[in-house]
Ligand binder design. Structure first.
Ligand code: AMP
Ligand code: MG
Length: 535
């Protein structure tokens, strides 16, 4: 890999174009009429680089630092600022678990600045865990190693899986301890602290618009909406600039909202495709660009279960369970519609966009599921096949990833039973339970019919293997990487990253262990199937 030597040009459109908090001291407070507050990262005692994404570093013009990890650790912990960096924390609010929570904001995230990557795209660099900000409330502004490693690992895995996501540039341990009560049960522990540098074209969230809207600050709301359109939607931006009537301006806002709806739903379709459960789909964790953001108590579906949530904080309500994510993204889009209503002043127009969402989702979901099954989405029988599939998959514990991946090997030209083909996906060692023979036989019959009438031919296996991953960052694997890293061994983490950078490919023998279904010991282990928001 060749290293570049160019210097970064920070452009910092957000801070240049939007109103700043006039107060510059760093203390917790309500911040009015401002999109952000300027704040300096608080230095950490001994930053050490334990992970860096080389390709991303090079594309951001950081290639020249790769040979000097100590310097890179200084920069990516916030201990050293580069010329042109202009650190700030963003103001936003949000609905948390269904209720309006008021001002939240970047309580432990500090944006360093915005630059263009090697392809000319704008990217903002953001440190997570770099110290307190005016939005920290009573918390410390820090992050622990376990949650930081999980964020780095999962966002990079998602990227390689083709799921829209923010990226992770680096993982730096701080050398400082951070105290967390992991299960909120009165057992606080001092844990190693860390900082992830996240990268995204935008860190604006639904909650960024909700906060000024809730405060009746239409002026700030409008500035923010117009800024976001100018920054991220060039075609809409030119229409906005040319709009010479209120009606035309309003139409641009509505089209922009439609685009956000489409991107957000597409993101969730991808989550359903790969078995990802975000765990905290609060509106402050919803990116305006439809990128997966804020990796907290997320989880990956092992045995297929639409009711599963990894988040113990949500165990009672299960609001953010796997199968509910499509409904929740729509609920969140309703909140965004409410937030921008003062600019549009047309409830009917917003409603009519929102009303199309279930149908658009269903159509996309159908197409996606047909691609996972390797069948044509126009077959009349395909809808029935997909409708019954959850019953098949939940009839006994069945690994979602292995089930779909195995389907590519199902050969309709032989009599070999489907249940034998997917046998590696069954949990427990008894194979297909007798009680499920009939269910499998019926589903298999329909599946054979669909396959025979589909046009995939020789390409079917290849196409299926491009949508059904072989490797995902299973919860227990992330936990193994964390435990090894906390004991000073980065090998599990780096091997796992290597595997997850090519999640659709078969791997050499020494890495195949990362493709195994969840072992028994991980079923009820904290970190493996149960996670809290404590991070
Ligand atoms: P999350 O649940 O991680 O999306 O966070 C919700 C809100 O709490 C956001 O405003 C975060 O910035 C804030 N927050 C979470 N953890 C901390 C922390 N350790 N210090 C300060 N703010 C935090
Ligand atoms: Mg958040």
């Amino acid at each position: 890999m060749s290293l570049t030597t160019e210097t970064q040009q920070f452009v910092n459109r957000f801070t240049r174009e939007l109103p700043a908090d006039p107060i510059t001291e760093n203390f917790s407070r309500q911040v009015q009429h401002s999109a952000y507050s300027r704040v300096q990262p608080e230095k950490v005692s001994s930053p050490a680089l334990v992970g860096v994404n080389q390709a991303l570093a090079i594309s951001l013009g950081f290639g020249k630092f790769l040979e000097d990890p100590a310097r890179l650790a200084l920069i990516l912990s916030g201990n050293e600022l580069l010329e042109g960096m202009s650190p700030y924390a963003m103001a936003y609010g949000g609905h948390q678990f269904g209720s309006w929570a008021g001002q939240l904001g970047d309580g432990r995230a500090i944006n360093l600045g915005e630059l263009r990557d090697s392809e000319g795209r704008f990217q903002t660099l953001q440190l997570k865990g770099a110290g307190p900000t005016p939005y920290s409330r009573h918390a410390d502004g820090r992050a622990v190693l376990r949650s930081s490693l999980r964020e780095y690992l999962c966002s990079e895995a998602m990227f390689a899986l083709g799921v829209p996501t923010t990226r992770a540039l680096s993982l730096v341990t701080s050398g400082d301890k951070v105290v967390r009560d992991m299960f909120y049960d009165g057992n606080p522990q001092a844990e190693p602290g860390a900082i992830v540098c996240r990268v995204s074209p935008s860190f604006v969230r639904f909650g960024s618009f909700e906060l000024p809207a809730a405060r009746g600050d239409v002026e700030l709301l409008q500035k923010l909406v117009r800024f976001v359109i100018r920054s991220d939607w060039p075609d809409l931006a030119s229409r906005l600039a040319a709009a010479n009537s209120d009606a035309k301006t309003k139409q641009v806002y509505l089209d922009w909202f439609s685009r956000i709806c489409a991107l957000s739903q597409e993101m969730v379709i991808h989550w359903m495709r790969v078995g990802f459960v975000h765990g905290v789909m609060n509106t402050d964790n919803m990116s305006v660009l439809g990128l997966t953001i804020d990796y907290g108590p997320y989880g990956w579906v092992d045995d297929y279960d639409p009711d599963w949530t990894p988040n113990t904080t949500d165990a009672g309500q299960r609001r953010y369970r796997f199968g509910q994510q499509p409904a929740i993204v729509r609920w969140n889009l309703y909140q965004l519609a409410n937030a921008i209503y003062p600019l549009v002043q047309d409830a009917e127009a917003l409603q009519s966009i929102l009303q199309t969402l279930p149908e658009t989702y269903e159509r996309s979901y159908h197409r996606m599921m047909c691609s996972k099954l390797g069948i044509d989405d126009t077959l009349p029988l395909s809808a029935e096949l997909i409708r019954v599939l959850p019953t098949v998959l939940t009839s006994q514990p069945t690994d979602m990833t292995l089930f779909f991946r195995s389907l590519a090997n199902f050969d309709v030209n032989t009599d070999a039973a489907l249940s034998d083909c997917v046998a590696s996906a069954f949990y427990g060692d008894q194979g297909l339970l007798e009680a499920n023979y009939e269910l499998y036989r019926m589903w298999e019959e329909k599946y054979r019919l669909c396959l025979r009438n589909s046009s995939g031919g020789q390409l079917r296996i290849q196409i299926m293997n491009e949508v059904n991953p072989r490797y995902v960052p299973r919860n227990y694997l992330a936990q193994q990487a964390i435990e090894a890293m906390e004991n000073g061994d980065p090998e599990v983490f780096s091997s796992l990253l290597t595997v997850l950078s090519k999640p659709y490919d078969e791997q050499p023998e020494n890495l195949q262990r990362f493709g195994q279904k969840r072992p028994d010991w991980a079923s009820n282990k904290p970190g493996c199937s149960m996670l809290s928001c404590s991070s």
